[in-house]
Design a protein around this ligand. Structure first.
Ligand code: ZN
Length: 422
């Protein structure tokens, strides 16, 4: 269902005609910028599902009556669940229709399942965040109580091993809409197989590796850093809906046609992208350590050559772009497309500008002194897609920390596992 409304910008008094596509969400906050002056305009729709009505609140503009949508008047299509074209108003060609035409009925059903699930995740957001905080702060008794209530389970939750498992059950349940279940399963199988193989062939080296990453707190810190990202993903679930849609829109890739994201803006999320990249950067230390054990029998032994780190501790300080050069023939397939060093550096160093009206990000990745004349561009939709893909990589690497902890609790501390761990 769609609602057509017209508004006058409070700042410049320009008229905009808006077609509001209805999502299946309790409250639907939409945001766009006035095409004439760039001022933010927020429209919040609150459906009354029982009476099939809709409460529409506008801020930054006032509603006016218009008989019909004239071609020369500013126009926006808005929908939370899909990328929406910036084009002219065409009657009947609603965001939902356009989306269906792009991906087909079956994929629309899958997308609908995921965004409906997100409504549920959002409504449990506070509960999920509390579980992560309690786990990270070692508040064991409260963690057990809250996580079991959330899971509706009476699973074992006494040992560290059990609590680790309960935590990851909660993560899997909460973040299902973002997950790629097969790739995650493949990654976990790979981590487990590598640990078994290293225990068989390099037991002493593996023990040394654990001794270092446990005693200096590195493994726990990486896990805690990962856990801090998940709640921030819940906070921007609205922005990620169009990015999730692109999982099904195979024709989109490389298509430089701008599409609108109807909630949030670049400035709301640029730090999140930077932070996810930074945590992936740290998790690469674990990948490199395992690579060194497998290839050379010690986590500290890198391939020899110029500029090579003398040990894993030194490697941890290398910048992201450089780290990949020193992991030779890596056992773990790092998704190279996820690590966009140019974009990450530009975002981190305030060398990115955002046009709120066109939703285009212009960034300056090169060292050019005081000049900035070799820009690169990315649309906000593509940027939000990068956040989604880098979050998925972080999620997989978080499973590596899980598997390492399972090994440590079982094999080093000798905790008794349930059959599912062994
Ligand atoms: Zn305006």
């Amino acid at each position: 269902m769609n609602f057509n409304i017209s508004i006058l910008c409070e700042t410049c008094e320009s008229q905009t005609n808006c077609r509001l596509g209805m999502s299946n969400r309790e409250i639907q906050p939409l945001r766009f910028r006035c095409k004439s002056c760039g001022s933010p305009i927020d429209i919040t729709m609150t459906p009354d599902f029982e009476n099939v009505g809709m409460d529409i609140q506008v801020s930054g503009a006032k509603r006016i009556h218009a008989e019909k949508f004239e071609a020369e008047v500013n126009f926006v299509d808005l929908h939370l669940d899909f990328p929406v074209s910036f084009g002219e108003y065409v009657m009947g060609l609603t965001p939902f229709m356009q989306a269906s035409m792009r991906i087909g009925h079956e994929a629309m059903q899958s997308h609908a399942f995921r965004v409906n699930y997100l409504n549920d995740v959002y409504s449990h957001g506070k509960e999920i965040k509390t579980i992560f905080t309690l786990y990270s702060n070692n508040k064991t008794d409260l963690f057990k109580e809250k996580v079991l209530a959330f899971l509706g389970s009476n699973m074992e939750c006494e040992t560290q091993l059990d609590q680790n498992r309960a935590l990851y059950h909660a993560i899997e349940r909460s973040f299902l809409p973002f997950a790629e279940p097969e790739r995650n399963m493949d990654a976990v199988n790979l981590f487990t197989a590598e640990l078994i193989e290293m225990e068989k062939n390099h037991k002493d080296a593996l023990d040394d590796f654990f001794e270092e990453i446990i005693s200096n707190g590195f493994l726990k810190n990486v896990q805690t850093d990962c856990l801090e990202i998940y709640p921030r993903i819940i906070d921007i679930e609205l922005m990620l809906r169009p990015a999730l849609f692109l999982d099904f829109d195979l024709a989109y890739e490389g298509n430089q046609v701008p599409y609108r994201v109807s909630a949030h803006e670049f400035t709301d999320v640029k730090d999140l992208y930077k932070d996810i990249s930074e945590i992936i950067n740290r998790a690469l230390v674990l990948i490199a350590g395992i690579n060194n054990i497998k290839k050379r029998g010690s986590h500290n032994l890198f391939l020899t050559g110029a500029g090579v780190p003398s040990n894993l501790h030194k490697f941890a300080d290398y910048p992201l772009g450089k780290k990949l050069d020193y992991i030779d023939n890596c056992w773990y397939p790092i998704d190279g497309g996820v690590i966009d060093n140019h974009l990450r550096n530009s975002v981190a160093h305030y060398k990115a500008e955002y046009d709120e009206i066109s939703q285009e990000v212009t960034y300056f990745p090169r060292r050019e002194g005081m000049k900035q004349d070799r820009p690169e561009n990315i649309f906000f939709l593509d940027f939000s897609r990068k956040i989604l893909l880098s979050f998925r990589e972080l999620h997989r690497l978080n499973h590596l920390t899980k598997c390492l902890f399972v090994y440590y609790y079982l094999r080093t501390l000798g905790e008794k596992g349930t059959p599912v761990d062994i």
